[in-house]
Design a protein around this ligand. Structure first.
Ligand code: PAF
Length: 278
């Protein structure tokens, strides 16, 4: 496995391949990322992972400075998972000048849910992903379903820009107690880590209620959402949202739509997100 830091080296190495399968990451890898790399392997003629903590997608008060940077450990794990090439650019390589051209995803998709609570987040994500997909000449790119809205925004961006890239979602990987794997789980204290299972458990309760009664109307769904928010609040979380949406476009579901329950909540200083398809 080769680890490279410059665009010039990347272009040079990629010239030997026709179908890069790419897993973009911000590093501090866990089993969820590694599952994406293994999933990528048969989908291209070279498996590339990118590691770049993208300042553009962090608000000033967020954890850009403290986001864990663990390049050596990440590379060991990537090599074991079968990755061929790691592109880990410095910030000056990705953004030699301030990135003033940016991708603005549509309001109805990107200013709801995560985008509502993290204004500008999807502008930062789309801008860096467009750049990374272009640099790596990706023909397939894989993203985890834990970031459900991100996956949807990227799918739509690639489609609307007619980029010849197959976007593949990877299933959320979970700990034995149900907690979705995330680099931010590392911020949790031991006591918070024990409590963290409540987020996926709450989603499960909502998903089971939806499955048990296919005829639920908008008012019933709103009640389920607010009960779930209360459950989390009573357990000491600060929920941003628990929302039942349709899978197709993350808008409010109509009867018969395939649904997804999404949540974001803070436990202490750590903000976690999760979702379950119904
Ligand atoms: O999901 C992530 O790790 C990031 O948002 C991504 C897609 C690598 C863009 O920086």
């Amino acid at each position: 496995m080769q680890v490279i830091h410059t665009i010039a080296e990347l272009r040079d190495l990629l010239s030997a391949y026709r179908h890069p399968a790419v897993v973009p990451t911000m590093g501090n890898l866990h089993a969820g990322h590694l599952a994406l790399v293994r999933q990528a392997k048969p989908l291209g003629d070279v498996t590339v992972s990118t590691i770049f903590v993208n300042r553009l997608q962090f608000a000033p008060h967020e954890d850009f400075d403290t986001y864990p940077r663990t390049l050596d450990a990440d590379c060991e794990q990537l090599e074991a998972a079968g990755c061929d090439l790691v592109f880990a650019p410095k910030e000056t390589e990705m953004y030699p000048q301030p990135q003033s051209f940016k991708v603005h995803p549509p309001t109805e998709l990107a200013d709801i849910l995560e985008g509502h609570f993290r204004p500008g987040f999807f502008i930062g994500v789309c801008t860096v992903v467009l750049k990374l997909l272009s640099l790596t000449q990706a023909r397939t790119a894989l993203f985890g379903k834990k970031d459900y809205q991100q996956l949807m925004v990227i799918r739509n961006m690639v489609k609307q820009f007619a980029m010849p890239i197959n976007i593949v979602g990877g299933e959320t990987q979970r700990s034995d107690d149900g907690l979705a794997l995330s680099s931010r789980n590392g911020y949790l204290s031991p006591a918070e880590r024990e409590q963290a299972v409540q987020l996926s458990a709450t989603l499960k309760t909502v998903a089971e209620a939806l499955r048990a009664n296919a005829a639920l109307g908008a008012a019933d769904i709103a009640r389920l959402e607010s009960q779930a928010m209360q459950t989390l609040s009573h357990a000491g979380w600060r929920p941003d949202y628990v929302a039942v949406r349709r899978q197709a476009d993350l808008q409010a579901p109509h009867p018969g739509d395939a649904m997804v329950v999404l949540a974001a909540a803070r436990l202490g200083a750590t903000r976690l997100i999760d979702n379950l398809e119904v």
